[in-house]
Ligand binder design. Structure first.
Ligand SMILES: *[C@@H]1O[C@H](CO)[C@@H](O)[C@H](O)[C@H]1NC(C)=O
Ligand SMILES: *[C@@H]1O[C@H](CO)[C@@H](O)[C@H](O)[C@H]1NC(C)=O
Ligand SMILES: *[C@@H]1O[C@H](CO)[C@@H](O)[C@H](O)[C@H]1NC(C)=O
Ligand SMILES: *[C@@H]1O[C@H](CO)[C@@H](O)[C@H](O)[C@H]1NC(C)=O
Ligand SMILES: *[C@@H]1O[C@H](CO)[C@@H](O)[C@H](O)[C@H]1NC(C)=O
Ligand SMILES: *[C@@H]1O[C@H](CO)[C@@H](O)[C@H](O)[C@H]1NC(C)=O
Ligand SMILES: *[C@@H]1O[C@H](CO)[C@@H](O)[C@H](O)[C@H]1NC(C)=O
Ligand SMILES: *[C@@H]1O[C@H](CO)[C@@H](O)[C@H](O)[C@H]1NC(C)=O
Length: 632
């Protein structure tokens, strides 16, 4: 007897990484707001607590590090503990564990008001100059939606507060979730409480602002003209270091350079010179005050050269931060040079200090109105550093594309065709933690053979970049399996206005060829003829002459970002296909039609939705588990 014997050793990619990245030296105040309404039940409530404990576990907790508070709500609000209630991680974790299930209605607005008025106050431990993050977990609609929306708006009026909303289960209202969250990238949905862990990493990234990820090049241009004097000049240098301290340094992450301008311009620290933060910061403090006129245009020209493709060979986000206390000598040339800088894709921030600045000029120099900052004195520079850091972090996007364009390097696949015994009992993943590295051993995927067909939407609504993300997902999924005639076979079709069979089950015999073919799939664009794709799946793909095996489980995974042209025909074809195969449907983004997704899938639990293409990988584990489980 042959077994599909695949042993998956997934070295969890959220082990210690999260802690060694941007989070530890970027302290945060995190308030969890947890739905304890009657709809979810005690067991699910406790799953939320377990998730929060796990999530909190990765942060350094302390007065100078991350602080955590917990508020529960149902009919009323209960403040479980404040940001400053506990200074040790063990105490926070056990306090989370002690939380009682309130069991009542869903008065979300009361909780949001409470957080704004009481949790995020200095008296209760909220710190200035620290990111404040409110994470709301809910399993349904609030009782008074209008009040919820209003309370959320008031909370979000505080510019230093980010609100993340997590919806759990099928009763969640996506509109309400969006109204609660600071922006779309701050919303997460999972179809069940058991899946909360699937968003662990993305939630961590969002929480930490992932400023350390994705390369950024930041160039500082400081005014060294006679008007300010060396004491004030020194304050600019300190400001540079305060900002620098918030970033991860290195050629693959953030590089920084610095120049000063006065009568002439002087390149103090070329952008590629230092690869460690401490070297950079030490040398910043050695920069000398020059004295002279204010030839800002020369500084802008040098900034453009430093942030050009000639010097920066890696594609990166490029930022210029310009500090000045006066007006430039040659206004016209300043405006002209600023324009060239913007044309080169450099996000330009400008900070005007004191009363002698020309506000119009500042606006011309900045690449966006919102990139202009004003302070009255050099001493106030420190007050705005967090805003600038946050802007830069926001520009760098919450989810770096690097995680989706390369296969996860930390996921190791080991195929062991002979040593894995087919397991008969239902098996839970076993987890053990060694030296901070979390290792999850997934159960073997067997003892079944499977024919897995991917049906990919290649319509014009998504664009080639997003299509590539779908391919990355398929690739990462497929590479977990032992591919072959005694194990798992893959076939792939794409559809837009017409259907393209990319390969049948028997087109390729080697694993490598299958994986290559997945990556090589071209994007089409045009309409969304889902019904035709499902028709081809049934009548053409699952046929013996195309390698479909009678002894295999037939699985179809449909991935779409939109609604089909002909919904009625789609439903008819889906019904027929489901007699042949187990069908999963994955919807990406806000345009998907939930009813259609449900109509396509064999069971409600086979419907999966993610908010964006970047989040596709969060459901990989669930699909694998479902595809591998003996239940099919
Ligand atoms: C499944 O069927 C194929 C041909 O249809 C055969 O080659 C293979 O050995 C069979 N596998 C098992 C596990 O029965
Ligand atoms: C957190 O969850 C992960 C799975 O996502 C698990 O491997 C890990 O052991 C959990 N950590 C704790 C402290 O429960
Ligand atoms: C927090 O930081 C301050 C100033 O840097 C320091 O004096 C204090 O000892 C620190 N407290 C803890 C608990 O580390
Ligand atoms: C601080 O938290 C307590 C509950 O622990 C609350 O009663 C009080 O109103 C809060 N303080 C402020 C200023 O909101
Ligand atoms: C959300 O993320 C996407 C993709 O990374 C990005 O393009 C977009 O600007 C982000 N939106 C907001 C509001 O941050
Ligand atoms: C979908 O494909 C079928 C068969 O190729 C065709 O008859 C139909 O017109 C197509 N529909 C659209 C909207 O392109
Ligand atoms: C990739 O596709 C192109 C045409 O689309 C084809 O010429 C090439 O052979 C393919 N490569 C692989 C490895 O399949
Ligand atoms: C789809 O079916 C519904 C009811 O079954 C019908 O009202 C509607 O007209 C149909 N739409 C099309 C485009 O055929």
């Amino acid at each position: 007897m042959m077994h599909l014997a695949v042993l998956l050793l997934v070295i969890s990619y959220h082990g210690t990484n999260a802690v060694t990245r941007a989070c530890p030296y970027k302290p945060a105040d995190i308030v969890f707001v947890v739905d304890g309404s009657g709809s979810e039940g005690l067991a699910n409530f406790q799953k939320q607590l377990a998730f929060i404990q796990n999530f909190t576990g990765q942060f350094e907790i302390g007065k100078n590090q991350t602080q955590v508070s917990l508020v529960t709500f149902s009919t009323d609000v209960t403040n479980e503990f404040n940001l400053n209630s506990y200074a040790r991680k063990v105490d926070v974790l056990s306090a989370i564990g002690r939380t009682n299930y309130p069991n009542g209605e869903t008065h979300t607005h009361l909780a949001l008001d409470y957080v704004r008025l009481h949790s995020l106050t200095p008296q209760n431990g909220s710190r200035t100059n620290v990111n404040k993050i409110v994470i709301v977990l809910t399993d349904g609609k609030s009782n008074e939606e209008a009040l919820t929306v209003q309370a959320a708006s008031l909370l979000k009026l505080r510019r230093d507060v980010s609100v993340i909303a997590i919806g759990i289960g099928n009763a969640v209202d996506p509109r309400e979730l969006l109204a609660i969250a600071s922006n779309k990238n701050h919303t997460f949905t999972v179809t069940s409480f058991d899946l909360l862990e699937t968003i662990h990493q993305d939630l961590t990234d969002t929480t930490c602002h992932t400023c350390g990820q994705g390369p950024a090049d930041i160039f500082f241009l400081l005014d060294s003209s006679g008007s300010e004097g060396s004491v004030n000049f020194r304050k600019q240098l300190e400001f540079v270091n305060t900002v620098a301290n918030e970033f991860d340094f290195g050629p693959d992450t953030t590089q920084m350079g610095l120049a000063t301008f006065a009568t002439g311009v002087s390149l103090e620290i070329p952008i590629t010179r230092y690869h460690t933060k401490s070297e950079f910061m030490q040398n910043v403090l050695r920069v000398l005050f020059r004295d002279g006129e204010s030839n800002l245009h020369l500084g802008l020209e040098l900034t453009r050269t430093q942030l050009s493709d000639k010097i920066l060979t890696v594609k990166s986000h490029r930022f210029a931060i310009i500090l000045t206390d006066g007006r430039s000598l040659e206004h016209e040339r300043t405006v002209e040079e600023a324009r060239k800088l913007h044309m080169n894709g450099v996000e330009t921030f400008v900070i005007g200090i004191g009363n002698d600045v020309d506000d119009m000029e500042l606006r011309d120099v900045a690449s966006d109105r919102s990139h202009v900052f004003r302070v009255n004195t050099f001493d106030q520079l420190d007050n705005i550093h967090q805003q600038i850091v946050d802007r830069i972090c926001a520009e760098k996007t919450v989810f770096p594309t690097t995680t989706t364009t390369t296969p996860k390097p930390t996921t190791h696949t080991t195929m062991s065709p002979t040593t894995t015994k087919p397991t008969t009992t239902t098996h839970k993943p076993t987890t053990h933690t060694t030296m901070g590295t979390t290792t999850t051993t997934k159960p073997a995927c067997g003892p079944k053979v499977a024919d897995i067909l991917f049906v990919l939407d290649s319509s014009d609504s998504e664009g080639p970049e997003n299509f590539k993300k779908i391919l990355d997902f398929v690739y990462n999924f497929a590479r977990q399996f032992a591919i072959g005639v005694n194990n798992v076979l893959f076939s792939l079709i794409t559809y837009s206005s017409s259907v393209n069979v990319r390969f049948y089950f028997n087109t390729y015999t080697s694993r490598n060829n299958v994986l290559n073919a997945i990556q090589n799939t071209s994007y089409i664009g045009l309409g969304t003829n889902t019904s035709d794709a499902l028709h081809v799946a049934r009548t053409e793909i699952f046929q013996t002459q195309h390698g479909s095996r009678p002894n295999a489980t037939n699985i179809v995974i449909v991935i779409t970002d939109g609604r089909s042209r002909n919904p009625n025909a789609t439903v008819v074809e889906a019904t027929l296909l489901k007699k042949t195969a187990e069908v999963f449907s994955i919807g990406i983004g806000p345009e998907v039609d939930q009813h259609e997704l449900s109509a396509i899938a064999s069971k409600p639990s086979y419907v999966m939705q993610v908010n964006s293409f970047e989040l596709l990988h969060t459901i990989e584990g669930k699909i694998t588990e479902a595809a591998c489980s003996g239940r099919i």
